[in-house]
Design a protein around this ligand. Structure first.
Ligand SMILES: NC(=O)c1ccc[n+]([C@@H]2O[C@H](COP(=O)([O-])OP(=O)(O)OC[C@H]3O[C@@H](n4cnc5c(N)ncnc54)[C@H](OP(=O)(O)O)[C@@H]3O)[C@@H](O)[C@H]2O)c1
Length: 326
């Protein structure tokens, strides 16, 4: 997999591949990257935190060791001694360029950046394979719910027939508040105050966030990416909230992919789920996934879909898998 090992440190961690210290760089030191940086720098960390990429190098970064090189230029960042990069950038285009450049140098990538990956997985896996580098992205879908793993397991157990999922923690949080009688604008403010929604929650409310995630899951379920533009999305707004209140019952934003013959169809929209306890009972920022295989078996998972801790845990689960495979 083209990983160099930090020999000096690995001597202190004798015990085979699992004891080696991978040199890791973090792109983005915000909510997610900042959390990853804290774990990398922990005294008992089995990783060497080598470098960081940010937009503004002059910003004070309390707690960041002076040994960590801080860059604002992706090339300089990738020139640091790195085995793996954690992509916690908020921008799809910048993230995609960084992932591609890292893989092309044989540097592995663990990404939480769904916008960078959606629609480009086949290409990025091709680059990774060509340069013997690892590409992992469990944190990009489902936060702390192991969705990518669950879909892979279902696919291995039998062909996948359909995927149904609650993929946006912010929208689910707002829908939960609405179901409890809250007003739309108050629910959005509560989601922001709880740290789930961005200051501008447009990508969550429009359905674009869930669309990127279901596109990633379509690749995992069917080995094929659905064109993002071919995935219909339905937005959540004040008038839709009023429709739900009038209709009553429990409404969820569901992302679905269904295989029918050679065709794949995917969409993100709102459905009433009173009769389906698995989906109905997903509250707050929760996410849920149900995969149905060709033989009618179902594979489920649930978990917290947003927030620093579950997402960082998911990043480190991917890193650990790389370390153990090393
Ligand atoms: N927040 C969540 O709950 C969550 C959950 C799952 C996945 N994710 C994904 O994780 C990623 C990071 O989200 P976040 O909430 O941590 O974002 P964030 O808090 O806004 O942090 C963004 C970080 O990226 C840096 N940055 C921004 N643009 C850059 C550029 N062009 N070049 C270099 N650095 C740049 C910023 O640098 P400065 O510090 O200099 O401004 C900042 O450190 C996103 O892709 C998001 O979709 C987030």
């Amino acid at each position: 997999m083209g990983l160099d090992v930090d020999d000096t440190v690995s001597n202190h961690n004798a015990g085979g591949a699992a004891g080696r210290r991978l040199r890791v760089g973090v792109a983005g030191l915000g909510v997610i990257g900042g959390g990853a940086a804290l774990q990398l720098a922990a005294p008992d960390s089995p990783y060497a935190f080598s470098a960081a990429l940010v937009r503004d190098r002059t910003k004070p970064r309390p707690g960041l060791s002076p040994d960590v090189g801080v860059h604002d230029d992706p090339d300089a960042f990738l020139n640091a001694p790195l085995d793996m990069v954690i992509d916690a950038l908020p921008d799809g285009a910048v993230g995609y360029a960084l992932i591609k450049a890292a893989l092309a140098r044989g540097i592995g990538v663990v990404s939480a950046n769904k916008q960078a990956l959606a629609g480009r997985l086949a290409e990025l896996h091709g680059t990774a394979k060509q340069h013997c580098a690892v590409l992992a992205y469990a944190a990009s879908v489902g936060g702390g719910a192991p969705m990518v793993e669950t879909v892979r397991r279902a696919r291995a157990a039998g062909g996948v027939r359909s995927v149904t999922a609650i993929l946006n923690g912010t929208v689910n949080f707002i829908l939960t508040e609405l179901a409890a009688g809250g007003a739309f604008q108050d629910a959005v403010k509560s989601a922001q105050a709880a740290g789930f929604a961005e200051p501008d929650p447009a990508a969550d409310l429009s359905g674009e966030d869930a669309r990127a995630k279901i596109a990633i899951l379509s690749y995992e379920a069917f080995g094929e990416e659905i064109d993002l533009e071919a995935i219909a999305i339905e937005a959540l707004d004040e008038s839709k909230a009023a429709d739900f209140a009038k209709a009553g019952g429990v409404w969820k934003q569901l992302a679905r992919i269904e295989a029918s013959g050679d065709r794949l169809a995917a969409r993100v929209g709102f459905e009433r789920v009173d009769a389906d306890p698995f989906l109905r009972d997903v509250a707050g920022e929760g996410n849920a996934l149900r995969v149905t295989t060709d033989d009618g078996e179902t594979h489920d998972c649930t978990g917290k879909g947003a927030g620093r801790d579950p997402t960082v845990d998911s990043i480190f689960a991917d890193l650990k898998a790389v370390r153990n495979a090393g």
